[in-house]
Design a binder for this molecule. Structure first.
Ligand code: MTE
Ligand code: MOS
Length: 799
């Protein structure tokens, strides 16, 4: 057991304690960034002017009418920027654009004494636009060859040989939607400027250091003149990894120019129309199996819909490529990736960071091919699992592959899967208009940032003379329980009760040069740094502790004595993940410290008249190593699963794809039209178990990351819906299911299974040997079809 992973006797880690702010959350006392606005004297409010075009040149911008509106203080435009006019790190995101790149793009910002004054001011600003042609769908971008960023290529084995000898070859296409983050707290920043022109920003950001960097470059300041603090976020889910920076820069610019505090908080509709979402993807694929359903080869092209600028699209795509294998050994594989440039919001990180998109492709392939192979999907998936000694397509040995099988078997037995499947068969035999199905899917998810440099963290631990402890670390709290875990880690490594330790909000002047709290690695990285700082202090106290004269002194007395002995009682800790290497140019290396594993079984019931369905029962076994905080981890698994089910079954982002002037407008701008999971969509029975005896040698106190991997357990819901739809047809029916699998989409799948009319743009299954990987969507895919009719799935089958 490594020193990092080993636990002392009676550790505080592993205790089932509530989230550190649970009481504040539920009473409403927890402060979020915008709550500080009412406490800040003389604060100004910022409101955007959003462009009503998907793509247009700005030919005239007249802000003077806005200045005539009572309460308007100033209008911020490109002319005000003292530094770099860019909100990102790729220099393709002008903070104030001269060319509108998506419907709703903010062209300038109005500052007012009240939000209402700023809003009225924004209506008074006069802007003339010269509309330009726009690409709204990924199809249009592919046809126009509108791509951005690198085009990664990952290959292993002999792809042609893999197909040549194979008993079964299938090919097809799959296009699936992105997802709105819908964090409860929208983007928010408050900026203040002090007498020396130093900027202090309160921001709802997952990446305070990068917010600091961007604000500094927009203002033309050095980083030491800008401090960013994040109290906590009301959810980030990846949406606040890169996108808060521009809003913080607007607030900071306003504060600099007016000398007054500035608050910028987006309304829900502004947030939905301006900020990036999960990437939707198009996938073209070709797959080969042997006679036993064992995967022989996979050739795929993934095209993500990146929106108007790169943002995090490249690393998201890289993670998609690195997860297309999920838990399956694919000896011969070739995957190409590219990023479509479209006139939409700039798509960004979202829980799983491309991993879900890559994995959805292989799970969809297995779900569609199982009936054609005549193999039960449960068997088909299980027989393709990695075994010890095998490598991923990018060359990383798969450590602990047996954990997939252990989770699988545990779900089979505790989920009473076989008995319930017999019940389901009986139910289906006696119900013509309603069918049930139970599907199981596995998850393997790589933990660490692919970009090796990000795998570092810092922490600051102060022990005061009275023995009380204050910790700060580089991670941010977004509800995921990171602070709770860090308190537990500090208490464990100092050997003190939890009540002695307090945690202060994340600030760039406490811990500098931090990485985003992302990639689920917050606890691994910051936990390592907190532990390192605590151990330095413990080490300095050791001589005193071991001195027989001090026998029997409690912590506070020992610390007090240490102070009078002039022993340093605080420490800065540092941690970096060892053993990682990654060459992005050839998509090869060992980018992940370890893999997280999990398995879910979901049972659904589908109504044949409407496609409406219920999620009857879910059983999950998930590997979090030796949990740092079991209640937090179970909450993360439940939340991630439901969020994944929302993505795959309910949440239906629609943009106007017509040629009307509203082209490119997000049609689903509010909770009224964008359906989120709520209590009524919770599984009726929901059993979550943590895998036991799961110690992870490479991580802090034997734990594993939890934030993202369980989202992908929701594939089981989608596969169960597919199987229930198929049950309306004869045995062996393979159905194509659009994603999201809304009731409407399930209805079309049921129709397909029944042999009825297919939706107009679904291409029928074709017999015959497939040729190249289809990477062009069907030419007949007409714009502005309901999603289910646009479900561009097709498969041609050859044996
Ligand atoms: N849980 C809550 N409640 N709110 C969030 O915003 N974000 C998720 C996950 N769990 C999120 C969450 C995402 S996208 C990530 S990467 C991780 O938390 C980040 O935190 P961690 O690294 O501490 O797990
Ligand atoms: Mo999470 S998508 O890595 O912020």
């Amino acid at each position: 057991m490594s020193a990092l992973s080993q636990r002392p006797a009676n550790p505080v880690v592993g205790q089932e304690i509530p989230h550190e702010a649970a009481a504040l959350h539920v009473t409403g006392d927890a402060l979020y960034t915008d709550d500080l606005a009412v406490r800040t004297h003389g604060i100004l409010h910022a409101h955007p002017v959003q462009a009503p075009h998907a793509h247009a040149r700005i030919t005239r911008l007249d802000t003077s009418p806005a200045l005539a509106v009572p309460g308007v203080v100033r209008v911020l435009t490109v002319d005000d920027v003292p530094g770099v006019n860019d909100a990102g790190v790729k220099h393709d995101e002008p903070l104030f654009p001269s060319e509108v790149m998506f419907y709703g793009h903010a062209v300038c910002w109005v500052l007012g004494e009240t939000l209402e004054a700023a809003r009225l001011g924004s209506l008074a600003v006069e802007v003339d636009y010269d509309p330009l042609p726009s690409l709204v769908t990924v199809h249009e971008a592919i046809e126009a060859e509108s791509f951005q960023g690198g085009q990664p290529h990952m290959e292993r084995g002999d792809i042609e040989a893999g197909f040549e000898g194979a008993a079964h070859v299938f090919s097809g296409e799959f296009e699936f939607a992105g997802q709105e983050h819908f964090y409860l707290e929208t983007h928010c920043s408050i900026a203040l400027v002090d007498e020396n022109g130093q900027i202090f920003i309160q921001s709802s950001t997952q990446h305070p250091t990068e917010t600091q960097d961007i604000v500094a470059h927009v203002l033309g300041l050095a980083s030491n003149a800008v401090t960013v603090q994040c109290l906590r976020m009301g959810g980030g889910f990846g949406g606040k990894e890169m996108q808060p920076h521009g809003y913080a820069a607007i607030a900071a610019l306003g504060a600099t120019l007016t000398g007054r505090p500035v608050r910028l908080r987006l309304t829900r509709t502004q947030d939905m129309t301006m900020s990036g979402k999960r990437h939707g993807f198009h996938a073209g694929w070709r797959v080969a199996f042997d006679d036993n359903g064992v995967l022989q080869a996979l050739d795929a092209t993934l095209t993500s819909d990146g929106g108007w600028s790169l943002d995090l699209s490249e690393p998201v795509l890289a993670r998609a490529l690195c997860h297309i294998d999920n838990t399956y050994w694919i000896p011969n594989i070739r995957v190409n990736g590219r990023i479509a440039k479209t006139h939409k919001t700039s798509q960004t990180a979202f829980r799983g960071f491309g991993g879900p998109q890559g994995m959805l492709v292989i799970e969809d392939i297995l779900g569609r091919c199982a009936p054609l192979l005549g193999i039960d999907p449960i068997d088909l998936r299980r027989r393709n699992f990695y075994v010890e000694g095998q490598d991923t397509p990018y060359g990383q040995p798969v450590r602990h592959p047996e954990r997939s099988g252990i989770c699988w078997d545990q779900v089979l037995s505790t989920g009473e899967v076989l008995a319930r499947r017999a019940e389901i068969a009986a139910y289906n035999a006696s119900h013509e208009h309603s069918k049930r199905a139970l599907a199981m899917t596995p998850v393997k998810f790589g933990i660490s940032f692919n970009f090796t440099s990000f795998n570092q963290a810092g922490a600051l631990v102060h022990v005061y003379k009275d023995g009380s402890v204050l910790i700060t670390h580089g991670g941010t709290e977004m509800g995921q329980g990171l602070h709770t875990k860090m308190l537990q880690v500090a208490a464990t490594s100092l050997g003190v009760p939890l009540s002695v330790v307090r945690l202060a909000p994340t600030r760039t002047d406490k811990v500098p040069n931090t990485s985003a709290t992302a990639a689920s690695s917050g606890a691994d990285l910051n936990g390592g740094a907190v532990k390192n700082a605590c151990e330095q202090i413990v080490e300095r106290l050791r001589p005193l502790r071991e001195d027989p004269a001090n026998a029997g002194l409690d912590w506070a007395a020992l610390v007090n004595k240490a102070y009078f002995s002039r022993i340093q009682l605080w420490a800065a800790g540092f941690y970096k993940t060892e053993g990682l290497h990654w060459d992005s140019s050839i998509m090869h290396g060992s980018p992940f410290k370890y893999f997280s594993y999990g398995v879910a079984a979901s049972e659904v019931e589908v109504d044949g008249f409407t496609g409406a369905y219920r999620l009857r029962r879910v059983d999950i076994v998930h590997d979090v190593g030796d949990s740092l905080s079991p209640l937090v981890d179970i909450g993360q698994i439940e939340g991630a699963f439901v969020q994944g089910a929302g993505w795959l079954t309910l949440e239906d982002l629609r943009w106007d794809e017509s040629d009307r002037p509203s082209r490119g407008r997000l049609a689903t701008q509010a909770a009224s039209t964008y359906k989120l999971p709520s209590f009524s969509e919770m599984p009726e029975v929901f059993n979550v178990a943590l895998l036991e005896r799961a110690h992870e040698d490479g991580a802090v106190y034997g734990s594993k990351a939890v934030g993202e991997p369980p989202l992908m357990l929701a594939f089981s819901v989608r596969e169960a819906l597919r199987e229930a739809a198929a049950a309306f047809g004869p045995t062996g029916t393979s159905v194509d299911l659009a994603s999201p699998a809304t009731p409407e989409a399930v209805y079309w799948a049921v129709e397909e299974a029944r042999g009825g009319a297919e939706p107009p743009h679904m291409t029928a299954m074709v017999e015959g040997a497939p040729g190249v990987v289809p990477d062009q969507p069907h030419a007949d895919a007409a714009p502005l079809q309901p999603r289910s009719e646009r479900a561009t799935q097709s498969a041609s089958v050859g044996t």
